[in-house]
Design a protein. Structure first.
Length: 199
Protein backbone atom coordinates (compact mmCIF):
# COMPACT_ATOMS: atom_id res chain seq x y z
CA UNK A 1 0.00 0.00 0.00
CA UNK A 2 1.45 3.35 -1.06
CA UNK A 3 -1.22 5.66 0.31
CA UNK A 4 -1.14 7.93 -2.73
CA UNK A 5 -0.16 7.93 -6.37
CA UNK A 6 2.92 10.14 -5.94
CA UNK A 7 4.37 7.80 -3.33
CA UNK A 8 3.72 4.81 -5.55
CA UNK A 9 5.30 6.51 -8.53
CA UNK A 10 8.44 7.33 -6.52
CA UNK A 11 8.66 3.72 -5.36
CA UNK A 12 8.22 2.40 -8.91
CA UNK A 13 10.97 4.74 -10.12
CA UNK A 14 13.30 3.44 -7.41
CA UNK A 15 12.51 -0.18 -8.28
CA UNK A 16 13.03 0.63 -11.96
CA UNK A 17 16.45 2.09 -11.28
CA UNK A 18 17.40 -0.94 -9.18
CA UNK A 19 16.14 -3.31 -11.88
CA UNK A 20 18.14 -1.56 -14.57
CA UNK A 21 21.24 -1.71 -12.39
CA UNK A 22 20.83 -5.45 -11.76
CA UNK A 23 19.48 -6.18 -15.28
CA UNK A 24 16.69 -8.20 -13.64
CA UNK A 25 13.16 -6.91 -13.98
CA UNK A 26 9.99 -7.64 -11.99
CA UNK A 27 6.46 -7.10 -13.27
CA UNK A 28 5.09 -3.86 -11.77
CA UNK A 29 1.52 -2.54 -11.70
CA UNK A 30 0.90 0.97 -10.34
CA UNK A 31 -2.54 2.15 -9.18
CA UNK A 32 -3.50 5.24 -7.17
CA UNK A 33 -3.18 3.37 -3.85
CA UNK A 34 -0.82 0.44 -4.36
CA UNK A 35 1.96 -1.16 -6.39
CA UNK A 36 1.92 -4.85 -7.30
CA UNK A 37 5.37 -6.42 -7.63
CA UNK A 38 5.69 -9.93 -9.08
CA UNK A 39 8.74 -12.16 -9.24
CA UNK A 40 9.32 -14.21 -11.26
CA UNK A 41 7.75 -12.13 -13.99
CA UNK A 42 4.59 -13.56 -15.60
CA UNK A 43 5.41 -16.04 -18.33
CA UNK A 44 8.78 -17.03 -16.93
CA UNK A 45 9.23 -20.75 -16.22
CA UNK A 46 7.13 -21.82 -13.26
CA UNK A 47 5.29 -18.53 -12.86
CA UNK A 48 1.49 -18.53 -12.72
CA UNK A 49 0.27 -18.86 -16.28
CA UNK A 50 3.37 -20.54 -17.67
CA UNK A 51 1.40 -23.78 -17.94
CA UNK A 52 -0.80 -24.28 -14.93
CA UNK A 53 0.98 -27.52 -14.11
CA UNK A 54 4.59 -26.43 -14.33
CA UNK A 55 7.01 -28.73 -12.57
CA UNK A 56 9.49 -26.08 -11.51
CA UNK A 57 9.11 -23.18 -9.14
CA UNK A 58 11.00 -20.92 -11.55
CA UNK A 59 12.27 -18.83 -8.62
CA UNK A 60 16.00 -18.11 -8.95
CA UNK A 61 18.64 -16.74 -6.59
CA UNK A 62 18.48 -13.53 -8.63
CA UNK A 63 14.71 -13.33 -7.94
CA UNK A 64 15.29 -13.79 -4.21
CA UNK A 65 18.02 -11.15 -4.09
CA UNK A 66 15.94 -8.66 -6.06
CA UNK A 67 12.94 -9.33 -3.80
CA UNK A 68 15.10 -8.65 -0.74
CA UNK A 69 16.35 -5.36 -2.20
CA UNK A 70 12.85 -4.30 -3.29
CA UNK A 71 11.61 -5.00 0.26
CA UNK A 72 14.35 -2.71 1.55
CA UNK A 73 13.28 0.01 -0.91
CA UNK A 74 9.67 -0.42 0.23
CA UNK A 75 10.69 0.28 3.83
CA UNK A 76 12.63 3.36 2.74
CA UNK A 77 9.58 4.65 0.84
CA UNK A 78 7.17 3.71 3.66
CA UNK A 79 5.32 1.32 1.39
CA UNK A 80 3.36 -1.22 3.43
CA UNK A 81 3.53 -4.85 2.29
CA UNK A 82 0.28 -6.83 2.10
CA UNK A 83 1.32 -10.39 1.16
CA UNK A 84 -2.11 -11.87 1.90
CA UNK A 85 -3.64 -10.05 -1.08
CA UNK A 86 -4.45 -12.32 -4.03
CA UNK A 87 -1.64 -12.09 -6.55
CA UNK A 88 -3.07 -13.76 -9.65
CA UNK A 89 -6.41 -15.16 -10.79
CA UNK A 90 -6.26 -17.80 -13.50
CA UNK A 91 -9.14 -19.20 -15.49
CA UNK A 92 -8.84 -22.92 -16.22
CA UNK A 93 -10.91 -24.69 -18.85
CA UNK A 94 -11.22 -28.49 -18.80
CA UNK A 95 -10.88 -29.85 -22.32
CA UNK A 96 -9.96 -33.06 -24.08
CA UNK A 97 -8.96 -31.17 -27.25
CA UNK A 98 -6.80 -28.06 -26.76
CA UNK A 99 -6.12 -27.88 -30.51
CA UNK A 100 -9.84 -27.53 -31.21
CA UNK A 101 -10.74 -24.91 -28.60
CA UNK A 102 -7.43 -23.12 -27.92
CA UNK A 103 -7.37 -20.88 -31.01
CA UNK A 104 -10.96 -19.74 -30.35
CA UNK A 105 -10.17 -18.62 -26.79
CA UNK A 106 -6.88 -17.03 -27.87
CA UNK A 107 -8.67 -15.04 -30.58
CA UNK A 108 -11.50 -14.06 -28.24
CA UNK A 109 -9.24 -12.90 -25.41
CA UNK A 110 -6.34 -11.33 -27.36
CA UNK A 111 -7.50 -10.93 -30.97
CA UNK A 112 -4.83 -13.39 -32.11
CA UNK A 113 -5.72 -17.06 -32.61
CA UNK A 114 -2.02 -17.88 -32.43
CA UNK A 115 -1.56 -16.41 -28.94
CA UNK A 116 -0.99 -19.84 -27.44
CA UNK A 117 1.99 -21.20 -25.54
CA UNK A 118 1.51 -24.89 -24.82
CA UNK A 119 -1.63 -25.09 -22.70
CA UNK A 120 -1.86 -21.33 -22.07
CA UNK A 121 -3.47 -18.38 -23.81
CA UNK A 122 -0.83 -15.68 -23.55
CA UNK A 123 -1.37 -11.93 -23.66
CA UNK A 124 1.94 -10.05 -24.10
CA UNK A 125 0.40 -6.95 -22.53
CA UNK A 126 -0.49 -8.80 -19.32
CA UNK A 127 -3.91 -7.12 -19.32
CA UNK A 128 -6.09 -10.18 -19.88
CA UNK A 129 -6.73 -12.84 -17.24
CA UNK A 130 -4.64 -15.94 -17.72
CA UNK A 131 -6.48 -18.85 -19.34
CA UNK A 132 -4.99 -22.32 -19.34
CA UNK A 133 -6.35 -25.63 -20.56
CA UNK A 134 -6.52 -28.55 -18.15
CA UNK A 135 -6.39 -31.87 -19.97
CA UNK A 136 -9.31 -34.23 -19.32
CA UNK A 137 -10.79 -37.32 -20.87
CA UNK A 138 -13.64 -36.64 -23.30
CA UNK A 139 -16.90 -36.24 -21.38
CA UNK A 140 -20.46 -35.21 -21.99
CA UNK A 141 -21.80 -31.92 -20.75
CA UNK A 142 -23.08 -30.68 -18.38
CA UNK A 143 -20.06 -30.73 -16.13
CA UNK A 144 -18.13 -27.82 -14.71
CA UNK A 145 -15.68 -26.91 -17.44
CA UNK A 146 -14.30 -23.63 -16.04
CA UNK A 147 -12.74 -23.13 -12.63
CA UNK A 148 -10.72 -20.36 -11.01
CA UNK A 149 -7.13 -20.74 -9.82
CA UNK A 150 -6.50 -18.22 -7.05
CA UNK A 151 -2.76 -17.68 -6.54
CA UNK A 152 -1.65 -16.49 -3.10
CA UNK A 153 1.64 -16.41 -1.16
CA UNK A 154 2.27 -19.86 0.33
CA UNK A 155 2.19 -18.59 3.91
CA UNK A 156 -1.32 -17.15 3.45
CA UNK A 157 -2.90 -20.14 1.68
CA UNK A 158 -4.14 -21.87 4.84
CA UNK A 159 -5.90 -18.71 5.99
CA UNK A 160 -7.54 -18.19 2.60
CA UNK A 161 -8.75 -21.81 2.54
CA UNK A 162 -10.08 -21.54 6.09
CA UNK A 163 -11.97 -18.35 5.21
CA UNK A 164 -13.58 -20.02 2.18
CA UNK A 165 -14.59 -23.08 4.23
CA UNK A 166 -16.02 -20.87 6.99
CA UNK A 167 -18.05 -19.07 4.32
CA UNK A 168 -19.82 -22.29 3.34
CA UNK A 169 -17.24 -24.06 1.16
CA UNK A 170 -15.47 -27.36 1.60
CA UNK A 171 -12.09 -28.86 0.78
CA UNK A 172 -12.50 -31.40 -2.03
CA UNK A 173 -8.86 -32.45 -2.47
CA UNK A 174 -5.75 -31.41 -0.56
CA UNK A 175 -3.45 -34.18 -1.79
CA UNK A 176 -1.42 -31.72 -3.91
CA UNK A 177 -1.12 -29.03 -1.22
CA UNK A 178 0.67 -26.67 -0.92
CA UNK A 179 0.92 -26.60 -4.72
CA UNK A 180 -2.87 -26.43 -5.00
CA UNK A 181 -5.94 -27.27 -2.93
CA UNK A 182 -9.31 -27.90 -4.56
CA UNK A 183 -12.32 -26.26 -2.90
CA UNK A 184 -16.03 -26.31 -3.73
CA UNK A 185 -18.94 -24.04 -2.92
CA UNK A 186 -22.30 -25.23 -1.57
CA UNK A 187 -23.44 -26.22 -5.08
CA UNK A 188 -20.25 -28.10 -5.92
CA UNK A 189 -18.60 -25.47 -8.13
CA UNK A 190 -14.86 -25.86 -7.77
CA UNK A 191 -11.87 -23.54 -7.48
CA UNK A 192 -8.22 -24.01 -6.54
CA UNK A 193 -6.05 -22.11 -4.08
CA UNK A 194 -2.55 -22.27 -5.59
CA UNK A 195 0.95 -21.41 -4.40
CA UNK A 196 4.42 -21.64 -5.90
CA UNK A 197 5.52 -24.31 -3.42
CA UNK A 198 5.84 -27.86 -4.67
CA UNK A 199 5.95 -26.95 -8.37
Amino acid sequence: MTGDFAGGLAFVAAVGALSEHTDHHPALTLTPTHVDVRLPSPGSPGSPGSSGSSGSSGVTDADRELARRISSLAREHEVVSRPAVTTVIELALDTADVAAVGPFWAALLTGDAGALDGDDVVDPTGRMPILWFQHTEPHATPRQRFHLDVWVPHDTAAGRIAAAVAAGGRVVDATQAPSFTVLADAEGNRACVCTMLGR
